[in-house]
Design a binder for this molecule. Structure first.
Ligand code: PEP
Length: 254
């Protein structure tokens, strides 16, 4: 089963609007990279529209880093799926570990956000992953399965289909410590097995599972060479257009 790889840039809380536009202008010169894979730029909320406008006419997608599950209302500081679409986003990250661990987002909240994104036809990038203590205790697969079980609890096979899953071991995010390709592959297989049990063989075969955690131009090719790794979610190394282009350029020819 051929799955098109997907390379996403999570800028987190970085870049002014003008710095975001400069990146998008520079990166649009490498829009040929989107022939070989799906590319998604995920800036802070206020730069979604400027980045989408700058990339208009290319095949490069724009996403957002979070959403609220309600459509509108008294939720100060929050942003809905419809607002993100209005700004030009087609993807949204759901359940990033920084939101789970720094902002206290529970599995149940992640589930509501996933359902809201899917209802609105935003493509969710659902992040799952264990902490270092959980890995050292040998609990990594159980933790990821629990996160998946809760996130997809109220979602049926058809609704779930567009979801991209990002396996991001918490201990590898922003630490310079990458999971070995073997460890990443083992977890990606466990995630695909879970998908098969929950949604069936076809859904599992087409589901795209990214790896994220200290990816850079030097380790991208080794990860992307693995059949089980369907793409990368990149934080720090995505802030520079040249570095992110080198990562996207490491996608092997289909
Ligand atoms: C991320 O933010 O999803 C991430 C993987 O960050 P980094 O690449 O900086 O580890």
């Amino acid at each position: 089963m051929h799955r098109r790889k997907i390379i996403a840039a999570n800028w987190k809380m970085n870049k002014s609007i003008s710095a975001a536009e400069t990146f998008a202008r520079e990166f649009s010169r490498r829009s040929d990279l989107a022939d070989a894979c799906d590319i998604v730029i995920i800036p802070p909320f206020f730069s979604v529209r400027p980045v989408a406008d700058t990339l208009a006419g290319t095949q490069i997608h724009v996403g957002a880093q979070d959403l609220h599950w309600e459509a509108s209302g008294a939720f100060t500081g929050e942003v809905s799926a419809a607002m993100l679409q209005d700004a030009g986003a087609t993807y949204v990250i759901v359940g990033h570990s920084e939101r789970r661990h720094l902002m206290g987002e529970s599995d149940a909240v992640v589930a509501k956000k996933l359902a809201a994104a899917l209802r609105a036809s935003l493509i969710p990038i659902l992040c799952v992953g264990e902490t270092l203590a959980e890995r050292e205790a040998g609990r990594q697969t159980g933790v990821v399965e629990r996160q998946l079980t809760t996130a997809f609890e109220a979602v049926d096979e058809r609704a779930a289909a567009p979801t991209v899953i990002a396996y991001e071991p918490v201990w590898a995010i922003g630490t310079g410590r990458t999971a070995s390709a073997e460890d990443a592959v083992a977890m990606h297989r466990a995630i695909r097995d879970w998908m098969q049990t929950r949604f069936g063989e076809t859904a599992a075969a087409v589901a795209r599972i990214q790896y994220g955690g200290s990816v850079n131009p030097d380790n991208a090719a080794e990860l992307l060479a693995r059949e089980d790794i369907d793409g990368l979610l990149v934080g720090g190394a995505s802030l520079d257009a040249g570095s992110f282009a080198a990562i996207a350029g490491a996608v092997p020819a289909a």
